[in-house]
Design a protein around this ligand. Structure first.
Ligand code: SME
Length: 157
């Protein structure tokens, strides 16, 4: 496996299309969950240069911080709290164009302006979330949702 990521310019869709097979290749044959989650955050951060990209995993009925890239973040989030806890409670992807307008948003970094949270669902249960933050408003749409959900599906939990 080559460890170098090929970074693409172009539309968001083109960037994801280039990244997706590379993430597949990174995960192939590697059973370790933390290693795989870590590499996914590294690949996404390198391609898109978002403020923060990382995982929270459900442990004892709380979301606990997992592998991430970006500034240090809150370690625990309760169900129904913030964007992450709401995505968990609703078992659905949430796109927040302006975090200041999301009631209860948890500001781990004051620089975050928009956010997308994708729940990881296995056997009808949310077992974690992928959270992405941008320093710019309105950075996430259904293209991000579509590709990030595909990336989440690649992970063996
Ligand atoms: N903003 C998130 C908290 C996690 S950080 O952004 C990394 C939320 O409201 O759940």
């Amino acid at each position: 496996m080559a460890e170098d990521l090929l970074i693409t310019k172009g539309t968001k869709q083109e960037q994801y299309e280039s990244l997706l097979p590379q993430i597949k290749a990174l995960l192939e044959g590697e059973p370790d969950l933390i290693a795989n989650l870590a590499n996914i955050t590294g690949a996404l951060k390198e391609q898109f240069n978002w403020l923060w990209v990382g995982f929270y995993l459900v442990k004892n009925d709380e979301l606990v911080l997992g592998p991430f890239q970006g500034p240090v973040a809150c370690t625990r989030i309760k169900k129904g709290k913030g964007v992450c806890g709401t995505s968990w409670a609703k078992a659905q992807t949430l796109i927040v164009p302006d975090v200041e307008k999301f009631p209860g948003h948890i500001a781990c970094s004051s620089l975050s302006r928009s956010e997308i949270v994708v729940p990881i669902i296995r056997n009808n249960k949310v077992i974690g979330v992928l959270d992405v933050d941008s320093i710019e408003q309105d950075q996430f749409d259904n293209i991000d949702q579509d590709y990030l959900e595909q990336i989440i599906e690649l992970i063996n939990f």
